[in-house]
Design a protein around this ligand. Structure first.
Ligand SMILES: NC(=O)c1ccc[n+]([C@@H]2O[C@H](COP(=O)([O-])OP(=O)(O)OC[C@H]3O[C@@H](n4cnc5c(N)ncnc54)[C@H](O)[C@@H]3O)[C@@H](O)[C@H]2O)c1
Length: 284
């Protein structure tokens, strides 16, 4: 199967990154979100990333224009009928994703593969609302997409071998390294990472150390490039909370209980970098 046109649904931090790397690898990209402002924000972020590569001499001005020309922002999900592959990167919410997959299943031609970039939701359950569970798969990119080499490729219960191979091949074409993982809550990456972040929040909540000290311990002592709280802000505290809820629900094990402080911050609108405030404060 030759993938030429893809649609990325959701022009947030992940969707815009996925659209950028796909266009840079020569694919035609339709970037869909629900409003012109979200699309504009997504395109601006791609523009900013590419401009940085031009400044560093990694990309020419013409190369940048060429990449941007291959991305068509659109409010119309119906254009998914042109896509060989759709990559969904909307908010981490099962109800929203299920609605979207049902809709996409009705729009896309039978050959289209529909992938989800979910961080933790069950692929098999999302696939079950479509009439094509064999063509639904998890394609979990890491943040920031243009920089991080990993794609966790998650097989749902019904995902076909052909679809798995096509998606691994495409990940390589995007310059990424696919790693096969089975469909369990949090997969591998977030099953390990999120409880660590949640535990870091607990250490602040229980007064064991300050935000800065927790991050310093993990950076200087464990050689982590970013502290867990800095990383939580970067990922988005709402996304972190959603993933902990999914682990807690999925395994029914109290060791995944989200820290009340994480919940409090999300309820207050402190979502991390994207809202300007999380464990740290950001100017722009
Ligand atoms: N942030 C991370 O570090 C990270 C890493 C890997 C995977 N993910 C996953 O990627 C997905 C997106 O995360 P994000 O951080 O980019 O979120 P985000 O909040 O930055 O972006 C989500 C975008 O989806 C749009 N959206 C919401 N509902 C929509 C719909 N029905 N149709 C079209 N667009 C819709 C929103 O307008 C928004 O622009 C989530 O499933 C998340 O778990 C996130």
């Amino acid at each position: 199967m030759n993938i030429q046109t893809i649609m990325v649904v959701g022009a947030g931090q992940m969707g815009s990154g996925i659209a950028q790397v796909a266009a840079a690898s020569g694919l035609q990209v339709l970037l869909h979100d629900t409003s012109p402002e979200f699309l504009k924000r997504g395109m601006l972020s791609i523009d900013k990333q590419l401009s940085r590569s031009v400044e560093k001499g990694k990309l020419t001005q013409d190369g940048m224009k060429e990449i941007l020309r291959r991305i068509q922002p659109t409010e119309f999900i119906e254009l998914a009928e042109q896509a060989d592959l759709v990559i969904e990167a909307i908010s981490e919410n099962m109800a929203l994703k299920v609605l979207l997959f049902h809709r996409l299943d009705g729009i896309c031609p039978p050959h289209t593969i529909i992938a989800t970039n979910t961080s933790s939701l069950p692929i098999s359950e999302i696939a079950a609302v479509t009439g094509r569970p064999a063509r639904v798969i998890g394609m979990h990119f890491m943040n920031p997409v243009p920089v991080m080499p990993l794609v966790e490729v998650i097989r749902g219960l019904e995902t076909s071998q052909e679809v798995f191979e096509v998606v691994c091949g495409l990940s390589e074409r995007l310059g990424k390294i696919p790693v096969e993982v089975n469909d369990f809550p949090g997969f591998v990456s977030n099953r390990i990472l999120m409880p660590m972040i949640n535990e870091a929040v607990f250490t602040v909540y229980e007064g064991v150390a300050s935000v800065e000290s927790v991050d310093k311990v993990m950076k200087l002592g464990m050689n982590h490039p970013m502290g867990p709280l800095e990383l939580a802000d970067f990922i988005g505290l709402d996304t972190c909370l959603s993933i902990m809820e999914i682990l807690y629900e999925g395994f029914k094990d109290s060791k995944y209980r989200p820290c009340p402080l994480l919940r409090k911050y999300v309820k207050a609108g402190r979502l991390g970098r994207k809202s300007g405030q999380g464990f740290y404060t950001y100017s722009s």
